[in-house]
Design a protein around this ligand. Structure first.
Ligand code: NAD
Length: 363
């Protein structure tokens, strides 16, 4: 397997393989870009069947973080890490601390956070070995679980979509189908009900489903057809790839706006949605609330300031919708172009600053 074959032409800066015999740690850290700042992205702990699959995942995810940070207007680059193995079987203090020491060796070029398979308490453990950790618990100066803030950001994004399609941000009476009521989906469901929306949910996890029904009194629908319901808004908050060759022609919503990462199986699905007259809120723009929230930890966490920045998702999406109209391209492509243009412009300014002051003194 050639690593260079996977990264050639895609601008990746650094791939770090981490191995610790004593704890059994096998991890890969991918730094896609530090053009706008340190590469921040979570640590995914997952039983990848092969090393190649772990590599492909970490590469794809780290590049996505570059776009997410750039589009959110943050001074951050994109990175991600994967720890190979089943977290329920091999996750322990020794392994997480060994991982933390690898993160520390990167001297802040990569900053980690929680992701699938890792949680708040794991970040607290990693932090005992490295300063470069966000998403720690509040007692460590962290901001806690980012999911409710992600949900708040998605709500702002849904309102921006409603203005674009219905000319009104008011969600009262809008029928919304919400796929996945886990950490983000549950909080979003609460927000939508508060706004007076008519919400129907679906989830494979009966406990999560039951919790949302009892907390918010919402209706449920069978999972296999949740994407195909005639409604105002379809909100994917489960896993990625839900908009694909099989599902796309069945969609009957006016807006797709949810938290899930990588909602479109391929970029062309964004073009097809545009042709179908469905407004798509690009996932990495609408779900950036969690990233914006942990970024705030880097300057001493202030929840009000973080939420104020998350409010910016509303304007950010309006900007993307404007670009999409102006350039006659899908919103998905407009978001990518916007992120790439910001990286080009701002990284040039950062470079100018370095040359202006000369190389850093050794003293
Ligand atoms: P989670 O695991 O807490 O919740 C996911 C929910 O989706 C679970 O209840 C699960 O049972 C359900 N689900 C899984 N497959 C399903 C299916 N086929 N149909 C219906 N439901 C299904 O995860 P989360 O943290 O709430 O994240 C949800 C999505 O948002 C993920 O794609 C995640 O990558 C993305 N995201 C999360 C955050 C965050 O702050 N947590 C930030 C950005 C993006």
């Amino acid at each position: 397997m050639s690593v260079f074959e996977h990264i050639d032409g895609d601008g990746y800066e650094q791939i770090v393989y981490c191995s610790d015999d004593s704890s059994g740690l096998k991890a890969i850290i991918a730094i896609h870009s530090t053009a706008l700042g340190p590469a921040l992205g979570g640590t995914r702990f997952y039983p990848y069947p092969t090393e190649q699959e772990a590599l492909i995942d970490v590469l794809r995810l780290s590049k996505g973080m570059t776009y997410k940070a750039a589009a959110a207007g943050l001074d951050l680059g994109g990175g991600k890490a994967v720890i190979i193995g089943d977290p329920r079987r091999i996750k322990n203090e020794e392994l997480l601390r060994a991982y933390g020491r690898f993160v520390e060796t990167l001297g802040g070029r990569y900053i980690t956070a929680e992701d699938v398979g890792t949680a708040l308490e794991d970040m607290d453990t990693v932090r005992r070995e490295s300063r470069w950790v966000t998403g720690c618990s509040k007692t460590y100066g962290g901001s806690g679980d980012p999911s409710p803030v992600t949900a708040y950001g998605v709500l702002q994004g849904i309102k921006a979509c409603a203005v674009e399609v219905f000319g009104d941000a008011n969600l009262k009476g809008r029928n919304i189908f919400l796929q996945g009521v886990g950490k983000v989906g549950h909080a979003l469901c609460g927000y939508l009900v508060e706004e007076g929306a008519d919400v129907t949910i679906g989830d494979i996890d009966v406990d999560n489903l039951g919790r949302a029904v009892s907390d918010f009194g919402v209706k449920t629908t069978p999972l296999d057809s949740i994407h195909a319901q005639e409604c105002d808004i379809f909100s994917p908050c489960a896993l990625g790839g839900g908009i694909n060759d099989d599902t796309i022609s069945e969609l009957k919503c006016k807006i797709i706006a949810g938290a899930a990462n990588n909602q479109l199986a391929r970029e062309e699905h964004g073009d097809k949605l545009r042709d179908m007259g469905i407004l798509y809120a690009p996932d990495f723009v609408i779900n950036a609330g969690g990233l914006i929230n942990v970024e705030d930890e880097l300057r001493g966490y202030d929840r009000d300031r973080a939420l104020q920045k998350v409010d910016g998702i509303y304007k950010g999406l309006q900007l993307i919708f404007g670009l999409s109209r102006e350039r006659n391209i899908s919103t998905a492509r407009a978001a990518i172009e916007y992120a790439e243009e910001r990286i080009r412009k701002i990284s040039r300014i950062r470079l100018m600053r370095v040359t202006e002051y000369g190389p850093l003194s050794a003293h």
